[in-house]
Ligand binder design. Structure first.
Ligand code: PLP
Ligand code: COI
Length: 367
């Protein structure tokens, strides 16, 4: 494989971008994943050229041959991160290198080529430069960035694709859950697992989410916002939710989160909250948590708060865990003190209201 050329994207501006008025309406109430900015970034990889043809183009459909490999064998990975507008109008990313590195690990697991970190971050900066007007102001709002990579070779044999497309789209975002910041209920999936030992659970690949949709449908039918998955071998150890990691606050003030078992996604929010919780004086333990501990701990008061975290969900309190014929409610089911404290510590850094002591922010555009 030849070395990838220096990152120098071409830019083709949209002939008819959204008007200022249209944008104002969208940004006032963006929801999550409903609207996409005027442009997108694309690049392609082949074994001969490496990563090549970086370009910003007007947002629009991709044309795919029906035999495109990803449509058949799901050789695909993606990422999710956000750009935040600070009060002075400057625009910042939160730990983008961590997303670049996780995408490289995901790509490796899916036999896709690794996108260099400077291309990953460069694509984000290039897109935000042309679509800066789309970064919403205001608490809880951000521009959600969705880098993705897929097997774009046209063939039906089962082998790694020799033509790969990298894309980046972006979408103004408010709260992920329509309820806003209200505590949510979670459904325990007893029949289905999200990932197994040696599988793709630690990779951020589309297939993991496809397999979570049926249990997610069951959860919705039970009035729950997300599904909690257990390990696939013993059906005993708590892993994570369909798109978020889990934390438990205990009555002695310590905090527990399921250890990275190899089948859990290594959340960047999870990692950041572990650091922030320790900064705030909490003991944080990464270890196995059984479903019995979750249930009994809520009943006997050992577990006082449970929350989920992720880029999209930020920090979301969990009101109850439900299953056929039962439920476990921590404390009084309202957002707990430690959950609220950690959430504030995180978002205050992201929105520039608190000092960035860990060097997590990277400026994209000045004030
Ligand atoms: N777990 C899963 C399955 C996810 O999809 C996500 C979201 O990206 C997370 C955890 C949280 O990861 P992060 O905090 O990096 O967004
Ligand atoms: C994210 O948090 O970025 C995700 O990709 C999870 C998904 C539920 C939107």
């Amino acid at each position: 494989m030849t070395a990838s050329p220096a990152f120098a994207p071409t830019v083709e501006l949209h002939p008819h971008p959204r008007t200022r008025d249209e944008l104002g309406v969208i940004l006032a109430n963006p929801g999550f994943g409903n609207y996409f900015t005027d442009h997108m970034f694309l690049a392609k990889w082949t074994p001969d050229e490496g990563w090549a043809y970086p370009r910003i183009v007007p947002y629009g459909p991709l044309t795919l041959d029906p035999a495109t490999a990803v449509l058949h064998y799901a050789q695909e990975v993606f990422e999710g991160l956000k750009a935040y507008a600070h009060a002075d109008g400057s625009i910042w990313l939160f730990r983008p290198e961590a997303n670049a590195e996780r995408m490289q690990r995901s790509a490796h697991r899916l036999a896709l080529p690794e996108l260099p970190t400077d291309w990953f971050i460069g694509s984000i900066k290039a897109l935000i430069e042309v679509d800066a007007a789309w970064v919403p102001n205001g608490d809880e709002k951000s521009l959600y960035l969705r880098p993705f990579m897929f097997a774009s070779e046209r063939f039906l044999g089962v082998r790694p694709s020799q033509h790969v497309t990298y894309g980046l789209i972006s979408s103004p975002a408010g709260a992920y859950f329509p309820e806003g910041l209200k505590p949510v209920s979670i459904w325990l999936s007893t029949e289905y697992a999200r990932a197994g030992a040696g599988g793709t659970g630690a990779a951020k690949c589309g297939g993991n989410y496809a397999s979570s949709l049926l249990p997610q449908q069951e959860a919705a039918a039970q009035g729950c916002a997300q599904v909690a998955f257990l390990d696939s071998t013993e059906h005993k150890w708590v892993e994570e939710l369909g798109g978020m990691n889990l934390f438990y606050v205990q009555s002695d003030g310590s905090i527990v989160t399921p250890e990275l078992s190899g089948s859990i996604l290594e959340g960047i929010t999870r990692d950041s909250l572990i650091t922030l919780a320790r900064d705030l004086g909490h003991e944080v333990v990464e270890r196995r948590v059984s479903i019995d501990e979750w249930r009994d701990g809520c009943a006997d008061g050992t577990i006082t708060e449970v929350f989920a975290c992720g880029t999209a969900a930020v920090v979301t309190p969990i009101r109850s865990l439900k299953w056929e014929g039962g439920e476990a409610v921590p404390g009084d089911g309202e957002a707990g003190k430690v959950t609220s404290e950690l959430r504030a510590a995180l978002v205050d850094i992201q929105y520039g209201r608190a000092p960035d002591r860990h060097g997590w922010l990277q400026q994209v555009l000045p004030a």
